[in-house]
Design a protein around this ligand. Structure first.
Ligand code: ADP
Ligand code: MG
Length: 381
């Protein structure tokens, strides 16, 4: 991201110069609905993010200007000072969570802008939290480690933005590394960098611009299905506490004790955890064809077994297959959002044109196209 706009705006608002920090959004290559089942996810930081200039102001307040919203917000550091603008609540929340952990911070001035599309599933909110958690830690010399910074971002979502998210987004934003994805164990929070250098391929997201209104109740029902299956398996295998611990043989043993629907849900999760592990092995060998097949496998499972896809996403997945895209699937929880696609370079233009035109004529609206590359995590510039 070019810093000129942020720099000029900071000078205009505060007649000074501060330090620059950048934090990226993220993709998740494979591993969906695995987090709350104790499985793995495989995110990576992208080349789009939030850029902030920041400088201590010697006062006990934050003065912030959002370039993208063209809005200014000024608020104190105490719990009762929560600002009215929702974008400012992310900054306030991060500052509060740091203070709640016993650190002493002062006020600061900031101007920030971003190029992560909002609400598209690329986690612009985690980019925002990670930028400010990292920057505040740095300018006040607090010595908080990156893992704790990720937790501060997650706690901000929970306590100040009303989103009960896991830790993947903030983790990926802070720990991202060029040429690598991060295999994160959602149970132990152990992680491993897995090489990702798909030479000859481009990664692109196609945004269906669908937002499903029933997504959160459907999500809760999926979780209940997973819990019901674990409870049934536990009667024979007491050490199974999450679907992560189960295999397809155990699932078959309880087939007559659970509903057909619960069976399908658990089948998807157990297979998805294995697909992710297989994809990681393939990545270590540079075998992108197998990685791509696993991505299609995920889409199929999410569509037919977990039933969290929709007509628009299935259409985008079909077009990808027809255009020779080696891997494609719905990314995120489902019911809308983007597909993530691994596209041979020579097929890229045809794929984009076919997908956009076909989608527009079938659904009467244009999908959005976001090319992304795997890049480094949060940093001072
Ligand atoms: P996402 O999937 O992108 O994380 P969210 O709804 O969780 O979607 O977060 C989007 C919110 O984050 C926006 O409504 C806004 O409050 C804040 N935000 C993200 N990017 C920016 C930005 N560039 N400038 C100001 N606020 C931003
Ligand atoms: Mg978010």
């Amino acid at each position: 991201m070019d810093s000129t706009g942020v720099r000029n705006s900071f000078k205009k608002h505060f007649a000074a110069e501060g330090d620059l920090y950048f934090s990226p959004g993220r993709i998740n290559l494979i591993g969906e609905h695995t987090d709350y089942n104790g499985g793995f996810v495989l995110p990576g930081a992208i080349d789009k993010g939030i850029l902030a200039e920041i400088k201590t102001n010697g006062q006990n307040k934050i003065r912030a200007y959002s370039v993208d919203y063209d809005e200014y917000s000024e608020f104190g550091l105490n719990e009762e000072n929560k600002p009215s603008q929702s974008w400012a609540c992310y900054l306030f929340g991060v500052a509060r969570e740091i203070i709640k952990r016993g650190h002493k911070i002062g006020g600061f001035d900031t101007v920030f802008a971003g190029d992560v599309p909002l609400g598209a599933g690329l986690s612009s909110s985690a980019a925002l939290e990670s930028t400010f958690a990292f920057a505040i830690n740095d300018i006040f010399g607090l010595g908080i480690d990156k893992f704790e910074l990720a937790k501060i971002g997650q706690a901000t979502e929970h306590n100040y933005c009303g989103v009960k998210c896991g830790i993947m987004d903030q983790f990926a934003s802070l720990f991202g590394k060029e040429g690598h994805l991060i295999r994160l164990d959602c149970r132990s929070l152990e992680y491993e960098y897995v090489p990702f250098q798909p030479k000859g391929y481009k990664m692109v997201l196609i945004d269906s611009v669908v937002k499903h209104e029933l997504a959160s109740s459907a999500y809760n029902r999926r979780r209940e299905s997973c819990e019901a299956v674990v409870a049934a398996i536990q009667k024979r295998h007491p050490n199974v506490s999450l679907l992560r611990d189960a295999d397809l043989k155990m699932l078959d043993e309880v087939k007559t004790e659970i509903s057909a629907e619960d069976y399908m849900r658990a089948e998807y999760v157990i297979e998805e955890i294995q697909r992710l592990l297989d994809a990681c092995e393939a990545l270590k060998k540079g075998d992108y064809k197998t990685v791509g097949e696993k991505m299609y496998g995920t889409h199929h499972g999410m569509s037919k077994l977990y039933e969290v896809s929709c007509e628009e996403l299935d259409y985008l997945n079909d077009v990808a297959a027809a255009c020779g895209v080696i891997g494609s699937r719905v990314m995120g929880g489902g019911f809308g959002g983007c597909t993530i696609n691994l596209v041979p370079e020579e097929k890229y233009d045809t794929f984009i044109e076919t997908a956009v035109k076909g989608f527009a004529s079938k659904f009467g609206k244009e999908p959005k196209v976001y090319p992304v590359a795997i890049s480094n995590g949060t940093r001072k510039l």
